[in-house]
Design a binder for this molecule. Structure first.
Ligand SMILES: C[S@@+](CC[C@H](N)C(=O)[O-])C[C@H]1O[C@@H](n2cnc3c(N)ncnc32)[C@H](O)[C@@H]1O
Length: 371
């Protein structure tokens, strides 16, 4: 396993530490630093403020091929692991960009949660098939519930006690927002583990810390990027060293043209893997996006999917493809799959699908506050 970012420990560069208190139930509960809450709010506000694009605006985006490639990667993960009738938990579901993928997999039940109110509202209208995205389509075939809240702070096992267990949990381009403190990273994994059935699957995508730290070390200063993205670390990382004993709270600012502009956190993957094991989640695979593309483009069904999604053109008249700068951004990410330990209990007949609805009103969205 590559450990590029942890080879040069530095005792002086510790990120903010988690502070714990114990509540009467005996749970380790986190007293959040004000700054942690402010950053979580910043992330929420950033995503909430992003308005839906029309199809024309989307096609005109400078990163349209990257968006299509990311959709292809997520579709491949869904097709590899989702089974007909599955109950799906979409953590940090955003505007519901993956609803169609789940529909194609013919899942049986969907719960989407996101911290950004605006995104959950967009997800609701998209699920209802409302014509606000210029993307009118037939209704989805599975019942759903939508929840607005902080997945990395709330006790989702309490909130979703009657909906669990889930067969699949998906956390796409979002798990790194939990890595601001150890407590949040643990809460994320504890939530996922508690809600997945034995043998259940976590699929996800997040930044590849090895690539980001390598690029930082190759850069002249603390900033690097290209025409479509920029990453900036604070002065506290001037030595470009990261303490192996403080793998949480390593913040950088990420700008991706037409997509992201907010604080993010480095997730050293070997730490993620061992922390996940503490929560009975075992690694199935991890692959950088470049490797992922090369590997799954060997399979004809996924070549066909790529053609339909158009990330690399349609193979005929449309010769368009990712620009070198978009391809470099793809390299900043990895995909992972984890499995919850244990054997599925096939005798248990879930009734949770009754909890979902086929048409979700504003008043049906559940808001969970952790203040
Ligand atoms: C890059 S977007 C990805 C959205 C969606 N998963 C997708 O792939 O289209 C990241 C999402 O993470 C959400 N997010 C960030 N921090 C979160 C938190 N603490 N709890 C829930 N959602 C969070 C953001 O609001 C945003 O919708």
């Amino acid at each position: 396993m590559k450990r590029g970012y942890s080879e040069s420990p530095s005792a002086s560069l510790g990120p903010p530490q988690s502070r714990f208190k114990y509540n009467p139930e005996g749970d380790a509960e986190f007293l959040e630093d004000e700054s942690t809450k402010i950053f979580a709010r910043k992330v929420a506000e950033h995503y909430s403020a992003r308005t839906n694009q029309t199809l024309e605006e989307r096609e005109a985006s400078v990163i349209i091929h990257l968006k299509k490639l990311n959709n292809w990667i997520k579709s491949v993960l869904v097709q590899l692991y989702a089974r007909r009738g599955d109950a799906v938990l979409d953590l940090a579901c955003g505007k519901g960009g993956d609803l169609i993928k789940w529909d194609k997999a013919r899942i049986g039940y969907y719960v989407g949660i996101d911290i950004a109110e605006g995104s959950i509202e967009d997800c609701r209208t998209r699920y209802n098939g409302d014509a606000d995205h210029h993307q009118r389509r037939k209704k989805f075939s599975f019942p759903a519930r939508l929840i607005c809240g902080d997945c990395y702070e709330a006790r989702l096992d309490h909130v979703l006690a009657d909906d669990a267990p889930f067969d699949i949990c998906s956390c796409q381009f979002a798990l790194h927002y939990s890595w601001s403190t150890e407590a949040r990273a643990r809460r994320a994994l504890a939530n996922i583990s508690a809600l997945l059935r034995p043998g259940g699957i976590l699929i996800g995508t997040m930044p590849d810390a090895n690539v980001i730290v390598k690029k930082l070390r190759e850069a002249q200063g603390l900033m690097f990027g290209n025409s479509v993205y920029g990453i900036r670390f604070d002065e506290e990382y001037a030595e470009k060293k990261f303490s192996a004993s403080s793998p949480f709270g390593i913040k950088y600012l990420f700008h991706l043209e037409d997509a992201v502009d907010c604080p993010e956190w480095i997730v050293p993957f070997h730490v993620f893997k061992s922390l996940a094991e503490e929560y009975d989640l075992e690694l199935v695979f991890v692959k950088n996006s470049h490797e992922f593309v090369h590997e799954y483009l060997k399979k004809p069904e996924f070549v066909d999917l790529m053609r339909r999604l158009g990330a690399l053109g349609d193979g005929n008249q449309d010769q368009s493809t990712l620009s070198p700068d978009e391809w470099e951004v793809a390299y900043l990410y990895l995909s992972f799959v984890l499995r919850k330990r244990g054997q599925p209990d096939r005798t248990q007949a879930p009734n949770r699908r009754d909890r979902g609805q086929m048409q979700i009103g504003k008043e049906d969205i559940m808001y969970i506050s952790t203040d």
